[in-house]
Design a protein around this ligand. Structure first.
Ligand code: C2E
Ligand code: CA
Ligand code: CA
Ligand code: CA
Length: 277
């Protein structure tokens, strides 16, 4: 049995080595894709639940592959985080958003686009400087670019609070993303000034069902109201969910019911249709 054990051990080690190698080359490819500006942005509509009119969009990054497929950000954003690639990635994401916004704002000057920031982006002033430089250059007012920050993203709550304060002072709206799923507790909300809570999809999924999180959803909405914050529900897929949210005083929604994330050109066509509402 010993040789078999050794053989199996060797096979496992070889598999591990191959796995590490493929991760390694994936990081290299990602670094290369960022350097060559080969990421693209998709835009998902955010609508006013009462009028169903589009008021904004979330910018979601995609990594196109040779055969026309896309690698999802759930896969490569953590890879970027672990390998020192977040800052160049966030800078590229901002650059791509600015380019797309030039056209989007021509069609709808009151629209906002929200950008997702990683924990590293919220830990220093660096990205604030980038924004202060890039937005005037692109002729975009700070009110047109909202910032999405997750609770997970508060690596250091004090520096995140400082950065968020400065972003708001510069005129950006700050959205707390994936609200309800963080580990930081709610106490930070008493000291942090933010503008919007985005309720995580996991709570919206179970609205109107018997699942445990369904009974949590009304309380999460209540917290938003108590703090006098605007609320966006994410992952709205059904008309029933939209009705429930509206009845509970949630102003805005985002989800497949209203529109999936789409390339800028498709979002432009979506907005042209939306104008008739
Ligand atoms: P997120 O910020 O929570 O983004 C919402 C995710 O939910 C998106 O996945 C979106 O496509 C998906 N979604 C929206 N509505 C629905 C729905 O009705 N049904 C279902 N099943 N899904 C819905 P996506 O685009 O794959 O992004 C995943 C995550 O990657 C994002 O979660 C965000 O944390 C991260 N991410 C995306 N773009 C960026 C970026 O530019 N920078 C950074 N740092 N992270 C990003
Ligand atoms: Ca987000
Ligand atoms: Ca979210
Ligand atoms: Ca989410």
């Amino acid at each position: 049995w010993l040789p078999l054990g050794i053989l199996l051990g060797l096979a496992a080690a070889a598999a591990m080595l191959m796995f590490i190698r493929s991760r390694g080359s994936m990081v290299g490819q990602l670094r290369d894709a960022i350097r060559r500006k080969r990421l693209v942005m998709h835009y998902q509509p955010i609508v006013d639940l009462a009028s169903r009119r589009c008021i904004g969009a979330e910018a979601l990054v995609r990594w196109p592959q040779q055969h026309g497929t896309m690698i999802r950000p759930d896969v490569f954003v953590p890879l970027a985080e672990d390998n020192g690639l977040i800052q160049p990635m966030t800078d590229l994401v901002l650059e791509l958003i600015c380019a797309d916004m030039a056209t989007l704002l021509q069609l709808r000057s009151d629209l906002y686009v929200s950008i997702n920031l990683a924990a590293i982006d919220l830990s220093t002033d660096r990205f604030i400087q980038v924004l202060a430089h890039k937005l005037p250059q692109a002729g975009i007012e700070s009110a047109r670019l909202a910032i999405e920050a997750t609770e997970r993203g508060f690596m250091d709550v004090n520096s995140a609070q400082e950065v968020i304060g400065k972003l708001r002072a510069a005129g950006h709206k700050v959205l707390i993303d994936d609200f309800g799923t963080g580990y930081s507790g709610l106490s930070y909300l008493q000291t942090f000034q933010v503008d919007v809570l985005k309720i995580d999809k996991s709570f919206i999924d179970t609205v109107g069902t018997e699942a445990a999180t369904a009974s949590v959803a009304p309380h999460i909405v209540e917290i938003g109201h108590a703090l006098k914050l605007k609320i966006i529900a994410e992952g709205v897929e059904s008309e029933d969910q939209a009705q429930w949210l509206q009845a509970h005083g949630v102003q805005s929604g985002q989800g497949w019911l209203f529109g999936k994330p789409m390339p800028a050109a498709a979002f432009l066509a979506f907005l042209a249709q939306d104008r008739q509402k």
